[in-house]
Design a protein around this ligand. Structure first.
Ligand code: AMP
Length: 448
């Protein structure tokens, strides 16, 4: 029989890598809490229409990458329906905002999510078909201040703080304005006119985009196309005074917080719903072409597109896979291996008759919040030492003598020292050993 494997573009995440993933999630939750965000969990699949209308029929995501199926009716009362695994989460959050009348509170809604997304892209390093995003949305009626450039700057400042807290080194923030609903058609007209005489000289993809979604031409990475694209008109020149002022205020607030950024005129991003501010955080190390860690922007008309009230907003999605990849590359070999050895003590019962009492000892120590692995009395002493050394910082020998006297033998693997320790002070002793040899990986995580 052929052995079954994870489907192309999906993968298993295993320890110790998952420790890094948890660290990223914990840090994100802590940072979001400081800015008043609450968690939202929306379904993994939605009505296909939500993405067709929300993300846009002409986007790569909707036109090529969605996992869509016809869900058959199973009862008279049901209708067949086209469903889609969510390729992103903003449309789902805005749908929930509308469905639950969150705008009626009159308050700004600040919602974050963490979860898998699905796109049928060509898999490569940093690009998967099931990938994970940590994202957030700030959305509300105009009266809640949702259109204010201060919200954009605050979101960007929060992301800079999150990257620093993880820590991720060497990130770069690119920002741009793609203009309002009024600016955009004006620019697209100018852009299309400028593309006409050169369209025969750009790549096939750009030729298609020139007809279907000219803005996306600015995204092209094909080296031969670059000199041509550089000569195209800039969107900035098509923005009206309001859009420019909005962007300038975002920049001013970022300057005030000393968050570094670069105004990149070509940053348009692949989703149709963006208006005004768009941004991307990039990371140079080891991610190759997939160097975008975070993408986001303002989507002032999205709610109306999917049948809701006016609800301007701004949001972002962090690619958690790429973030973990970048952090993993940042950690040295030594720090990585220390991720594996974060157990405080390995308890070795010396004989099967001592197994039950050894479990009771492990329970005692675990209740003291220590991390404990329990061996098995059937193991030879040599095997216990070998296993203990692979897993833990110290080994506690638990034989007949130790059980009777209440004095345990503890060996610290890093110093090689062996000591007799009374059971009453065992937890404290192990804690001290752990503090002394605190794994650099854990230090990095603890102090960040
Ligand atoms: P987007 O939703 O396309 O704006 O993407 C936001 C972020 O999600 C990107 O900057 C990436 O970090 C991440 N991302 C998007 N697509 C994928 C994918 N197929 N695999 C891994 N990460 C992805």
């Amino acid at each position: 029989m052929t052995t079954l494997k994870a489907v192309r573009g999906t993968r298993d995440l295993l320890p110790p890598e998952t420790k890094l993933w948890s660290h990223i999630e914990t840090t994100a939750r802590e940072v979001f809490a400081r800015y008043g965000f609450g968690e939202i969990r929306t379904p993994i699949f939605e009505d296909t229409q939500l993405f067709a209308r929300g993300v846009g029929e002409e986007t790569d995501i909707v036109s090529k990458e969605m996992y869509t199926w016809e869900d058959r009716a199973r009862a008279q009362s049901e209708k067949a329906q086209s469903l889609t695994l969510r390729p992103e989460n903003t449309a789902g959050v805005v749908r929930a905002y509308i469905e639950h009348g969150l705008g009626d509170t009159g308050l700004l809604q600040k919602l974050f999510y963490i979860g898998p997304q699905f796109r049928r892209e060509r898999p490569q390093k940093g690009r998967y078909r099931q990938f994970f995003q940590i994202g957030a949305e700030v959305i509300g009626p105009s009266s809640s201040g949702s259109e204010s450039p201060l919200r954009d700057a605050e979101v960007l400042e929060m992301l800079a703080s999150l990257l620093d807290a993880l820590p991720i080194k060497g990130w770069k923030l690119l920002i741009n304005s793609v203009g309002s609903k009024q600016d955009r058609p004006r620019y697209i007209e100018t852009l299309s006119a400028a593309l006409k005489p050169v369209v025969g000289r750009v790549c096939e993809d750009c030729q298609r985009r020139a007809a279907t979604n000219p803005l996306r031409v600015l995204d092209c990475k094909v080296p031969e196309d670059q000199p041509i694209i550089e000569t195209l008109p800039k969107i900035w020149d098509s923005l009206d005074a309001d859009s420019r002022a909005h962007f300038e205020q975002v920049c001013r607030a970022l300057d005030a917080c000393r968050v570094p950024y670069e105004h990149n005129h070509r940053l348009v991003r692949g989703l149709d719903y963006y208006t005004r501010t768009t941004f991307e955080f990039q990371h140079a190390i080891g991610l190759g072409a997939q160097n975008a860690l975070i993408g986001g922007g303002r989507y002032d008309g999205l709610s109306e597109l999917i049948g809701g009230p006016k609800a301007p907003g701004i949001g972002f999605a962090i690619g958690q896979d790429r973030l973990a990849l970048a952090m993993g590359l940042q950690l040295s070999e030594e720090k990585w291996s220390s991720f594996e050895k974060d157990i405080d003590a390995y308890i070795a019962p010396l004989g099967e008759a001592l197994n039950a009492q050894a479990l009771a000892l492990a329970r005692e120590l675990r209740r003291e919040r220590l991390r404990v692995e329990l061996g098995d009395g059937s193991f030879k002493l040599k095997k216990s030492f070998e296993t203990g050394n692979k897993l833990a910082r110290a080994i506690v020998l638990f034989g007949e003598d130790e059980a009777a006297s209440g004095i345990l033998t503890v060996k610290d693997f890093s110093s090689g020292e062996q000591q007799k320790v009374p059971r009453a002070s065992l937890a404290e002793h192990l804690r001290q050993l752990s503090d002394k040899s605190a794994a650099p990986g854990n230090q990095l995580l603890a102090t960040s």
